[in-house]
Ligand binder design. Structure first.
Ligand code: SF4
Length: 374
């Protein structure tokens, strides 16, 4: 674990001198930034320059923005601030996974995870502090909802993640974003869509919709909005092939009956070669039998989809009712789906040595169980 105030920790950006109620520029979409600069007497192209400093050049202070006039920089310093989340704790796994615990402006903490792939990194982002969905296999679900995150807090995770990779000498680019961290993204649709538009903007971070995936328990109204935006791919946390079992595992999600969810997905707008992803966490003896595999095939056989199978990543203290199945059971489940022509990707659980599953690190901090020597 690296604590930010340790001698080896990367330097944190300098604190802003702006008043506490100053507008956080990371909370503005480009048209809103143009409006702000117009009120300060500047032309729209200045907003675009500022936007590039914020999102492309990772500027932490106004002094760095050398193509803006001194007058404008002084105006900004008096009226605005750049406030990304701050790293409260960082852990690096032996497999290259990095988990960051981030402190928000009001002291609340959320998690983000940087996951190494063959030639790039994927970042897992949070959209809420806590979560109201109550999934029984998830540490975040057990803490309940604290509040929605703002656009600045959602997209700020990417700025912090990118800076962290650069400062620790990681050469692989951050290429994919998955909204699978703390929270149900479609319970915070307004800020989620603002964040996706900002992430997608060609003068900013320029993430293509193909490289952003939003994972939801399956809330039809939010799925319709996301589908209409075309800004990200859709992943649905399924985890059970029947309504009865799903209601046990995911109490809040069970308010949407499984047949209604599947009907809504049949109408989901997909581009060429795009498919809906289903997430299925395998829980030993709960949802991993041959009969569950057969039920899953029947449920999904008429959808353009693929399944991500993930073995449960158990809390390090062994708490909770679930265990991961053994490798034989996992492979048998995977084969049963392939045999019926369902595309399956077996995802390895990464970062098991650093409590990388959703909510585990935050829970350890809240309960004082974090091990400072890790
Ligand atoms: S799995 Fe996702 S939706 Fe379910 S409780 Fe955890 S954070 Fe919320």
């Amino acid at each position: 674990m690296t604590r930010p105030d340790s001698p080896t920790a990367p330097a944190a950006p300098p604190a802003s001198l702006a008043p506490p109620d100053a507008v956080n520029l990371l909370d503005l979409e480009l048209p809103e930034l143009e409006e702000l600069l117009a009120r300060l007497g500047h032309k729209p192209f200045r907003a675009r320059q500022l936007w590039q400093w914020l999102w492309q050049k990772n500027a932490a202070t106004f002094e760095e923005m050398t193509n803006l006039s001194k007058d404008l920089r002084a105006q900004l310093a008096a009226a605005a601030a750049i406030r990304p989340p701050r790293i409260a704790d960082a852990r690096a796994s032996s497999d290259g996974t990095v988990k960051l615990l981030l402190r928000l402006g009001d002291g609340e903490v959320v998690e983000t995870v940087l996951i190494p792939e063959k030639d790039h990194y994927t970042q897992c982002l949070s959209t809420q502090a806590g979560c109201a969905m109550g999934c029984t296999f998830c540490s975040t679900g057990r803490m309940g909802l604290v509040r929605n995150m703002t656009m600045a807090e959602i997209v700020g995770q990417v700025l912090v993640g990118r800076r962290r990779l650069a400062e620790t000498g990681v050469a692989l680019p951050l290429r994919n974003l998955v909204f699978m961290g703390m929270g149900e993204p479609l319970m915070n649709t307004r800020e989620l869509l603002r964040a996706l538009r900002t992430l997608n903007h060609p003068l900013g971070l320029d993430f293509s919709p193909r490289r952003m995936t939003v994972s939801t328990c399956g809330l039809p109204a939010g799925m319709r909005e996301l589908g209409a935006s075309g800004l990200a791919s859709l992943a649905v946390s399924l985890h059970a092939p029947t309504q009865e079992l799903r209601a046990q595992l995911m109490p809040a999600a069970a308010k949407v009956p499984l047949h209604e969810l599947i009907d809504a997905l049949k109408d989901y707008p997909l581009k060429n070669r795009q498919r809906i992803t289903f997430e299925y966490i395998l829980l030993k003896g709960v949802n991993d039998t041959p009969e569950h595999a057969r039920q899953l095939v029947r449920l999904l056989s008429h959808l353009k989809c693929k399944i991500n199978l993930i073995a449960f990543n158990a809390p390090r203290d062994g708490s909770g009712p679930y265990q991961a199945p053994g490798p034989e059971r996992i492979l048998a489940f995977e084969k049963a789906l392939w045999d019926k022509n369902i595309t399956v990707i077996l995802r390895k659980s990464k970062g098991a040595d650093i409590a990388a599953a959703c909510g585990q690190l935050r829970t350890e901090h809240k309960t004082g169980r974090a091990d400072p020597k890790t």
